[in-house]
Write a protein that binds this ligand. Structure first.
Ligand SMILES: C[S@@+](CC[C@H](N)C(=O)[O-])C[C@H]1O[C@@H](n2cnc3c(N)ncnc32)[C@H](O)[C@@H]1O
Length: 264
């Protein structure tokens, strides 16, 4: 069941996570949130999304959950910086949550199920801690559906490499298309499955995304694992910079989404 979190928490990875907001990463959930909801954010990472969600459900309590105290400290720092007093913190694992049945109005996981060893068991566990009438909200990338221009061969190599490393670590990089199937396997019925994208296509956004990946492929935990496979990471990094500098550069990143209301 155990899977290794492929990316780790290097600065180049956190740069990507810290860009995330409720608007750009949880728009499918926002119309369903109510002031006063209690919310569990599983795999909260550095917590920018957690903080946004906490502001939307305040005075409802939010619990930010991560696998290690060190990862949780990243979220703690963000929540502290924003002066939010409704957020608590817990170390845990989505496969075996240390909460009573029916504990939360909303159980949320953004970009987490793609990294876990048993996403079906994870969804079952998420449904257990959701109160009757409450909601599960999940969003995950689908790497094989990422598409870009210009079609630099080194970026194809990047995608192939990432998908191989993620799978060797026990994850599923093409999670987006599988979320509905996983939910059905977990016994959830009446699920709403949608998709949405991130698109980076102006000079500033391209510099941010391309520059982030140019660093990440050289310095993050992924870099070490990719280097062990003999990949030319310098070449891939340069291709990301070339893509970012290209006036026609465009990328669209597909995500699958799930919303499920627990009967009751
Ligand atoms: C891609 S990050 C997403 C962070 C945050 N949700 C966001 O979107 O900015 C995935 C996070 O899931 C956490 N994670 C991985 N496996 C987990 C598990 N079994 N249970 C809970 N969290 C897990 C990782 O530590 C990592 O911080």
């Amino acid at each position: 069941m155990a899977a290794v979190y492929t990316h780790g928490h290097h600065e180049s990875v956190l740069r990507s996570h810290r860009w995330r907001t409720a608007e750009n990463s949880a728009a499918y959930l926002l119309p369903r949130l109510k002031s006063g909801d209690t919310l569990l954010d599983i795999g909260c990472g550095p917590g920018t999304l957690t903080a946004d969600l906490a502001m939307l459900v305040t005075p409802g309590r939010v619990t930010a959950l991560e696998t290690t105290p060190a990862a949780l400290d990243l979220a703690r720092a963000e929540i502290g910086r924003r002066g939010l007093e409704t957020v608590g913190f817990a170390v845990g694992d989505v496969h075996a949550l240390d909460f009573a049945d029916d504990s939360f109005d909303v159980v949320h996981a953004h970009q987490v199920l793609q990294h876990v060893g048993d996403p079906v068991a994870a969804l079952r566990e998420m449904s257990r801690v959701t109160r009757p009438g409450g909601l599960i909200a999940v969003r995950d990338s689908d790497y094989a559906a990422f598409t870009w221009f210009p079609q630099l061969p080194e970026l194809d190599e990047w995608l192939d490499l990432y998908r191989r490393v993620a799978r060797d670590n026990g994850g599923e990089p093409d999670a987006g298309r599988r979320l509905l199937a996983w939910a059905h396997a977990a016994g959830l019925t009446g699920v709403t499955a949608t998709s949405s994208t991130w698109c980076f296509a102006n000079p500033e956004d391209r510099q941010w995304w391309g520059g982030m990946w140019a660093d990440r492929i050289l310095r993050s935990d992924l870099a070490r694992q990719a280097a062990e496979r003999g990949a030319d990471l310098q070449k891939i990094s340069e291709a990301w910079r070339a893509w970012a500098a290209h006036p026609d550069g465009w990328i669209s990143l597909l995500h699958g989404e799930l919303l499920w209301k627990k009967p009751g």
